[in-house]
Design a protein around this ligand. Sequence first.
Ligand code: CTP
Ligand code: CA
Length: 226
Amino acid sequence: LVTGTAFGVLTGKRVVITAGPTREPIDPVRYISNHSSGKMGYALAAAARAAGAEVILVSGPVSLVAPAGVEVRGAVTAQDMLEEAGRAVDEGCDLFIATAAVADYRPDTCAGDKIKKSNENMSLSLVRNPDTLATIAARGDAPFTVGFAAETRDVEHYALDKLTRKKLNMIVANDVSAPGIGFNSDNNAVTVFWPQGREAIGPGPKAVLAQRLIALIADQLTEKAG
Ligand code: CTP
Ligand code: CA
């Protein structure tokens, strides 16, 4: 693993990063969520800050400490995530990185009272959630956008599909089927794709990967700017 030093490469840049899972309420005591720990997003926020950026981290519920010098804004549901990220980008943003594991669906209604069990089976009706990353990337004033793709198979195919379909500048593909890697782990291995190239990074600690990712993203950002 080559660790590129990212010192100063984002000086003066405004960066917004989403991280963690979302929670979609079923009733006052239950929700739908996933295994995202938020570690990759928090590591990227720390690395972007270390590289000189002003960083806003829009974070789902996680048990991590805010990196020094990073402003953390909480979001619980996918709809919160869309609103908070949109607001942060409105304030001025050069680089948007979406690492959050946003729930694709939410229960169509949240029961006002705790749902009581019966002897029948039960089903939930789910509706599609808005896509924060695609929404930001489609803006007229879109920042340089970087997405993540968590896949369990055909990683390259699905990652490239998301790169084009969501009109991203770069995508970081994550094979979450590999043991000890990705979701909830301290380690990760990724392949980054952009229209003119690709680079494999890791396996290694998320903090080290984050530094290399920030260096690589900053390279492409600079190249695109001019
Ligand atoms: N994403 C988002 N908002 C959503 C869903 C996804 O911002 N509602 C972002 C994620 O943060 C990630 C990228 O989109 O950067 C890809 O997420 P992923 O779940 O891999 O892709 P989806 O487009 O949701 O497709 P699928 O889950 O069907 O593979
Ligand atoms: Ca998804």
